[in-house]
Design a protein around this ligand. Structure first.
Ligand SMILES: NC(=O)c1ccc[n+]([C@@H]2O[C@H](COP(=O)([O-])OP(=O)(O)OC[C@H]3O[C@@H](n4cnc5c(N)ncnc54)[C@H](O)[C@@H]3O)[C@@H](O)[C@H]2O)c1
Length: 350
């Protein structure tokens, strides 16, 4: 029997813990905001060291989904769910219980796959709730759209810094050549950029380098490469006190989520004359892709790719705002998103 308890969290619309002893489910769903629409965000399965760590993660992730959707002009709010455990916890009963938990939000939270959960798991969730996207036969793999969006954000940033969006002759250091990083690196190479790659899976980096004509360095060397652009496409926290002083790049633009270890690292980049393309602005392609399942007429790849073009426009507006208001780009992106949320809230007032 699923037990749901509310967790008070200031600044969040609703946060609940769901526990089902029969299936072993222990999960948290956080809805940060539904000001712009239902809160969409993936379902992450992770072996957190503590309940407190899981709560911190789901709160942080759901908030950034609000900002990502708002910045991209989508009628979506921000939410996220985390299941405490590792992949050995996976079972039909676990995802059925999780489906019930998602359903208890009555549509204010819409789920999708995320770290350690897959399309097949969402198929089980869908037996218990209709509030799930990214199912088999629908929007499919988000990585190509995410890579395309990040590339469009890169073009806007290069134009801002170098006066032309031309990539030929520029060197890009890509950290992480997984699902998104490999496609992003390929787009850069196809457009004339020189690519330097690093991945903790050395064989993956070598394979991509072979395919696109790049060179490979060790993961602990990638930040210090003599390059024009540094592209974090691995895990979060890549920009921190240790790595930022090593950067020689003039631009940081990659697909990874939560690239700044702390908010102050956005200022740190600005102070060093490095233009940071905020992660949630340029990596919104995956969200834009899955959002398309919810619009009238259903998913269309063409519509998703067309809509992703807005990332270039948004990135330009944020660079402009940062310049005019003399703030760093990460703060400009937050203000850009907050302005849209405030507008929506004002429109809802009687
Ligand atoms: N897949 C999407 O559509 C999407 C959408 C938005 C954001 N993102 C974010 O983009 C990033 C990459 O996503 P993905 O789907 O490509 O994941 P992935 O797991 O396919 O790729 C990540 C790659 O990074 C490598 N890696 C991990 N730690 C590393 C390190 N310290 N140094 C170098 N390489 C390292 C891994 O070996 C792997 O090849 C993640 O932060 C993800 O949250 C992805």
């Amino acid at each position: 029997m699923l037990q749901i308890t509310e967790i008070p969290a200031e600044g969040y619309e609703r946060v609940c813990r769901g526990v089902d002893t029969a299936s072993g489910l222990h999960a948290i769903i956080a809805v940060h905001s539904t000001a712009l629409g239902p809160a969409l965000g993936g379902m992450r399965l992770w072996p957190y060291e503590s309940r407190a760590q899981a709560l911190t993660d789901v709160l942080r992730l759901s908030r950034s989904m609000t900002y990502k959707a708002a910045c991209s002009g989508l009628d979506l709010g921000g939410g996220k769910s985390v299941i405490l455990g590792d992949t050995s916890f996976k079972s039909t009963a676990l995802f059925e219980a999780m489906g019930d938990f998602v359903d208890s939000f009555g549509g204010s939270y819409i789920t999708a796959e995320d770290v350690n959960t897959k399309v097949e798991d969402m198929g089980i969730v869908a037996t218990q709730t209709k509030h799930v996207v990214g199912l088999a036969g629908k929007s499919g793999n988000p990585s190509p759209v995410t890579a395309m969006g990040t590339f469009l954000g890169l073009q806007a940033t290069i134009e801002d810094v170098f006066g032309s969006a031309e990539l030929a002759g520029k060197t890009v250091a890509v950290e992480g050549v997984g699902a998104v990083g490999s496609i992003y690196a390929k787009l850069i190479a196809e457009n004339g950029g020189n690519v330097v790659l690093a991945d903790i899976r050395g064989e993956a980096a070598a394979r991509v380098a072979d395919e696109i004509g790049g060179t490979v360095v060790d993961p602990d060397e990638i930040h210090a490469i003599d390059c024009d652009i540094f592209a974090p496409c691995a895990l979060g926290g890549s920009l921190n006190d240790e790595t930022i002083p090593k950067l020689k790049a003039k631009i940081v633009c990659g697909a990874a989520n939560n690239q700044l270890l702390e908010a102050r690292h956005g200022e740190e980049l600005r102070d060093r004359g490095i233009k940071y393309a905020p992660d949630y602005v340029v990596n919104a392609g995956g969200l834009i892709n899955v959002y398309n399942e919810l619009v009238p007429g259903g998913y269309s790849e063409e519509r998703a790719f067309n809509r992703v073009q807005s990332i270039r426009v948004n990135m330009k507006s944020i660079l402009e705002m940062a310049r005019e208001e003399k703030i760093c780009t990460s703060v400009a992106a937050d203000r850009f998103a907050e302005a849209r949320i405030q507008e929506a809230l004002a429109g809802h007032q009687p």
